[in-house]
Design a protein around this ligand. Structure first.
Ligand code: NAD
Length: 494
């Protein structure tokens, strides 16, 4: 079992403003507690609108010279940052696990995905060469990609390192100055990323951090100098931020929540499927936007479902599965289980009250894997994102009925099909509305350079967040048309 080492003393978080660590004046401090033990491991300032303005101002003063820095030089700094990430992998994984309640293995995997995005950004030199051609005799057109200026990224609690790294390696390499607003629940990992960006040699103001909650986000959205916003978090906030940012003429991409369906066909490989379903809904205690949270059981798959219940029930609680982010989330999940049961779902695995052995975890936030069978598509448990280790099973007679349930979801992040038939797999690949589809894969996260993003209420805005979509999101195009006279009259020419 992977073990989590919490920080030895309380970590004081600071904003990174113009290359300096600063405590914003007069901002209240919030305790950061580890979901594993309830221990206070950090304190984070909740920056006011005035504090946000200072950060934006410092970033803006770095914007012009950074935009004028050749791409090759910007790329060299990212090489250094990537190297530092590798050197600090264990430390960062531990910190992300401590504050988010993730397993160390999952935190490490998230960092490796962040490194993959860096590697994509390192190839921008090859992708971003623009276009240039003679469009008629003596006339050329050139396409230039230019940075937007000050841009910001607002991120959720569940991936303290990976989600910010979906954004800033690409944004900064393309010549923007980037302000990160981490989740106030997980600010510690963000500070180490800021420390490594400084150590890599980025000029002051190119990468900034502003801590806080709603007030800080609202101030970033309202600030006229912030030209683009990338957001990842719940759908309600994503929708709001998209509307508010767009209204002000900003470029916004806001990724929201999810309700991902795992379709299990009668011809599915039983071993592979049962384990993939269990890993998908229990991994990181179900707090992943790519977690499968509904099984659509097609026809008679009784023994496979029984195996899912058996395997999930055998999972050991503790740092091998992950903890729930806070006590409020545990209560919310327990209430959802109660509600589904009262609406007629059958609770075939009850994780309420399950805790890891040992006093060390007594004050942690826990919920064991829980499975609700015979859930109907109209129930809250089927429709709403629960964001915990709770699986709903919906029985459907046919593959078409499964597709109808999946496509009626307001979300559209991911869907998977488990089958040994190519025709069945292809029917689902073509028939689902979700943005990311798995075939015999429980968590179908695309690897770079394939981009990441859903549809419906899982994404507000256009394009995806990584891969070539990032190139478009973080730049604007300038088209230059040139015409020169055939020759000059100057005698010095020949
Ligand atoms: P959240 O929406 O509560 O918070 C996300 C960010 O928004 C945080 O930085 C937070 O400080 C800020 N915020 C919170 N409430 C706000 C408000 N009212 N106004 C302005 N800003 C506000 O999300 P969370 O609980 O931190 O993260 C979990 C959610 O994120 C889940 O819904 C999950 O599915 C989603 N998520 C989605 C993806 C994806 O790629 N689609 C990836 C990871 C997480």
């Amino acid at each position: 079992m992977s073990f989590v080492e919490l920080p030895e003393s309380v970590v004081p978080c600071r904003n990174l403003v113009g290359g300096e660590w600063q405590l914003p004046q007069g901002s209240p401090l919030l305790d950061v507690r580890s979901p594993y033990t309830g221990t206070v491991i950090g304190r984070v300032p909740l920056t006011s609108a005035a504090g946000v303005s200072q950060v934006v101002e410092a970033a803006r003063s770095a914007a012009d010279s950074w935009a004028a820095t050749p791409l090759r030089e910007r790329t060299q700094l990212l090489f250094r940052f990537r190297h530092l990430l590798e050197q600090n992998l264990a430390r960062l994984a531990n910190l992300a696990a401590s504050e988010a309640g993730k397993t160390v293995a999952e935190a490490r995997a998230g960092l490796l995905k962040g490194i993959e995005v860096c590697e994509f950004a390192l190839s921008l030199q090859n992708l971003d060469s623009g276009a240039h051609m003679e469009v008629s005799r003596g006339v050329t057109c050139e396409l230039r990609r230019e940075p937007l200026g000050v841009v910001a990224g607002i991120t959720p609690f569940n991936f303290p390192a990976m989600v910010p790294m979906w954004m800033f390696p690409i944004a900064v390499t393309l010549g923007n100055v980037f302000i990160h607003k981490p989740s106030e629940k997980v600010p510690l990992t963000a500070c180490v990323l800021g420390e490594l960006m400084r150590e890599a040699g980025y000029p002051a103001g190119v990468f900034s951090i502003v801590h806080g909650g709603k007030e800080a986000v609202d101030a970033l959205v309202a600030h006229p100098d912030v030209k683009a916003l990338a957001f990842v978090g719940s759908s309600a906030v994503a929708r709001h931020l998209y509307a508010e940012g767009s209204k002000r003429g900003k470029r916004v991409l806001a990724l929201g929540g999810a309700k991902n369906h795992l379709i299990v066909a009668p011809d599915a490989d039983p071993e592979l499927t049962a384990q993939a379903v269990v890993d998908s809904f229990t991994g990181c205690a179900g707090q992943r936007c790519m977690a499968g949270s509904v099984v659509l059981a097609v026809g008679n798959v009784e023994s496979l479902l029984a195996d899912i219940v058996r395997r999930a029930g055998g999972i050991e609680m503790g740092p091998g599965m992950g903890a729930i982010i806070d006590k409020g989330a545990v209560e919310r999940l327990e209430t959802a289980i109660d509600q589904a049961s009262s609406e007629g779902a059958k609770l075939v695995l009850d994780g309420r009250g399950r805790r890891p052995k040992g006093d060390a975890w007594a004050q942690g936030n826990w919920l064991g894997p829980s499975i609700l069978d015979h859930v109907r598509p109209d129930m809250e448990a089927a429709r709403r994102e629960l964001f915990g280790p709770v699986l709903s099973i919906i029985r459907v007679p046919t593959l078409s009925a499964a597709l109808a349930v999946e496509n009626a979801s307001s979300y559209g992040n991911a869907a998977s099909i488990f089958t040994t038939s190519g025709v069945v797999a292809q029917t689902v690949v073509e028939g689902v509305r979700a943005g990311m589809v798995g075939v015999n894969v429980g968590v179908p996260v695309p690897r770079e350079p394939f981009s990441f993003g859903g549809t419906g209420e899982s994404r507000f805005g256009h394009g995806d967040i990584t891969g070539p979509s990032g190139l478009d999101f973080w730049t604007q195009l300038k088209k230059v048309t040139r015409k020169w006279s055939a020759r000059t009259d100057g005698s010095w020419m020949s």
